[in-house]
Design a protein around this ligand. Sequence first.
Ligand code: GLN
Length: 308
Amino acid sequence: MHTDIDALLREIARDVQPLLAEGRVADYIPALSLVPREQFGIAVATVDGRLYGAGDSERRFSIQSLSKMYALALALQREGDALWQRVGREPSGTPFNSLVQLERERGVPRNPFVNAGALVVVDVLCRRYLQPERAVLELVHRLLGEASVAIDGDVARSEREHSDRNAAIAHFMRSFGNLHGDVAALLDAYCAQCAIAMSCSELARASLFLAADGAQPRGARVVDALAARRIGALMLTCGAYDAAGDLACRIGLPIKTGVGGGIVAIVPGRLCVCAWAPGLDANGNSIAAAAAIERFAAAIGASIFAGD
Ligand code: GLN
């Protein structure tokens, strides 16, 4: 086990520099295409309250699909296992914004992390909250113990103006009866939730409940232990879409990726690590952030499949 985490993170931040020129910044959301590519941050938060960081670990970026972890936690808190009647728990093997499986599976998405599944989760939240995106944001505030994190209105508007694909997914699921609310309101809430801006260190801290059986260390319970373990299982099998298997082999941890370039990984019982770099591979996962987390997990022996 590497004992000097700060030194390890600095070393990783230096070693991934050549990767920052690789990949493409997400440009299907125009506001995200303006983010300079040559940036990298990494942060680690431990369940016993320590925080480490290197590079741009305090710079906020668009969390995008990382928000799906928090929205799912909230929906499970409110709905319990009834949620699984409307969303599956299987890897998709398809891109995050794919429609192809929905027809065969009669409008029930494969899992809550592909866009279709995340839209059903938001539909569930729409019935519970007037402004579901505020409920997700307030959960993040509670997880952090302070309220400075906000929704980036420009990113939310930019995605909303280009949300034909997600609109198609939502209408298609509605035609099967698996979406109950108004599609326009659903898309407003979904795009706003994805446009929450957070730093690596905020994301690592806010995700600790997933490493601590559902209760934020020294804070409130978010979900019960079983729900937290289920979210972890879904992150391992579905958190990186059609690259989930490859990243499980490389990293060996539950992870969630987002097209803003962030990746959060959970080391159960110990810590959360978040890395960020805007350049994405063809699956929409950050190239340098994946490499950084792979390196970190190997250095501290974090794989959940390790025998020691
Ligand atoms: N808001 C993005 C979308 O719906 C989230 C995708 C992602 O981060 N993978 O396309």
